[in-house]
Design a protein around this ligand. Structure first.
Ligand SMILES: [Fe+2]
Length: 379
């Protein structure tokens, strides 16, 4: 059982953020306030096609801020893409970055910021507090409700050479301001809403049971769970309802404030390993692992998991069963085998997960064999 004291020293880092309808259109004003003259507008082709990058570009132009669009970004952003963006940033002599999109463009934008300020390859920053030079000003505008890259001090980048995701954790990765607008969420496809929603729920649950949790992070983690459970199924039923979308955005915000300061656990360590090896959607990886990690961790933080179980409801016997039932209400019914994972891949996946920095704050210390067993249950 983890012994926590509310008197333990804790630090809480959060960016300035503005949330509400129309926040996206403040991009130009804030870029100008930060003294940005030439902006790298980091986005991806899907967000561009939906019109949101264009709307941000208009706001920048109206404020007299020049910009260059960089959208050569895939899901699970690669180190090569970060370095291509860094080249574009330096070639265009930019002095600020505006990211509009989901976790992939925002993480890539964070990577471009630190790689350009330190003039180093992005892969050299892996780990905690390893960024020597602060990044240029960064404005984040999320178009999904889940990654919380818009408030977190995390960036996750795929190392293509090793087929692994690396976690970079540093206060310099906290955006200077985030503009949280529910409108871009209305164009999210159903599956993306479900996957990013399960990412939110995983952030909240992992932060709440983390052995670095604190009274400050608990408040946000619990509220994130409540909002996600009540608003997500409704937002999927009525995707254009701005109030429901805003509730999911608030859930993501609360979860981000919690996990950015309490860190995460085995779900994310294992999801990073899985996503790096198989190039799967991050939220889907979490969704398929969450209930199995909850079952494995239960004894190490049973009071906390019981509270989570009460919020998840679903009338289930255990919190893990509650999580399993919840993801099914969002239409996520698969298994790891269903997304192409084979049993003989599990030892390598477990070894990579064991080395992930998120594993450090898991409430139960897990050996490679334990992690392999959990992957096995999720097959
Ligand atoms: Fe996540």
């Amino acid at each position: 059982m983890i012994q926590r004291s509310q008197l333990d020293l804790r630090k809480f880092v959060a960016p300035e953020f503005i949330c509400g309808y129309g926040a996206l259109h403040l991009a130009g004003r804030y870029a100008r306030n930060f003294g940005m003259k030439q902006v790298l507008l980091v986005t991806d082709p899907g967000v561009r096609a939906a019109g949101w990058a264009g709307a941000v570009g208009e706001s920048l132009a109206e404020a007299g801020v020049s910009f260059t669009v960089f959208d050569s970004i895939s899901a699970n952003p690669r180190s090569r893409q970060v370095m291509a963006g860094t080249e574009a940033y330096l070639a265009e002599e930019c002095n600020g970055i505006v990211a509009v999109g989901g976790g992939s463009p925002m993480d890539c934008a964070k990577g471009i910021g630190i790689a350009s300020s330190s003039m180093r390859d992005i892969l050299t920053f892996e780990g905690v507090d390893r960024v020597p030079v602060p990044a240029p000003p960064l404005i984040c505008i999320p178009t999904t409700a889940g990654s919380s890259a818009d408030v977190s001090q995390f960036a996750i980048i795929t190392d293509e050479g090793r087929k692994r995701k690396i976690a970079i954790v540093s206060k310099t990765l906290v955006p200077d301001i985030s503009l949280l607008d529910p409108e871009p969420l209305t164009t999210m496809p159903r599956e993306l809403t479900a996957d990013t929603g399960m990412d939110t729920l995983s952030h909240a649950i992992e932060a709440y049971v983390s052995n670095a949790s604190s009274p400050m992070t608990d408040v946000h983690a619990l509220e994130a769970m409540r909002l996600a459970v009540s608003a997500l199924p409704a937002a999927m039923a009525e995707p254009e309802d701005l109030n429901l979308r805003f509730s999911t955005l608030l859930a993501s915000l609360h979860a981000g404030l919690a996990f950015s300061n309490a860190s995460l656990g085995a779900v994310h360590a294992m999801a990073h390993s899985l996503g790096g090896a198989y190039d799967l959607a991050h939220g889907r990886c979490n969704a398929l692992l969450l209930e199995h990690v909850m079952a494995a961790n239960y004894e190490a933080a049973s009071d906390r998991y019981d509270r989570i179980g009460a919020i998840l409801g679903q009338g289930r016997a255990t919190p893990a069963e509650g999580a399993a039932a919840f993801r099914k209400t969002l239409g996520i019914t698969g298994t790891l085998a269903g997304v192409g994972v084979r049993e003989d891949a599990l030892p390598a996946l477990a070894a990579a997960a064991h080395a992930d920095p998120c594993m450090v704050t898991n409430p139960r210390s897990l050996a490679c064999e334990d992690i392999e067993r959990i992957y096995g249950h999720a097959l």
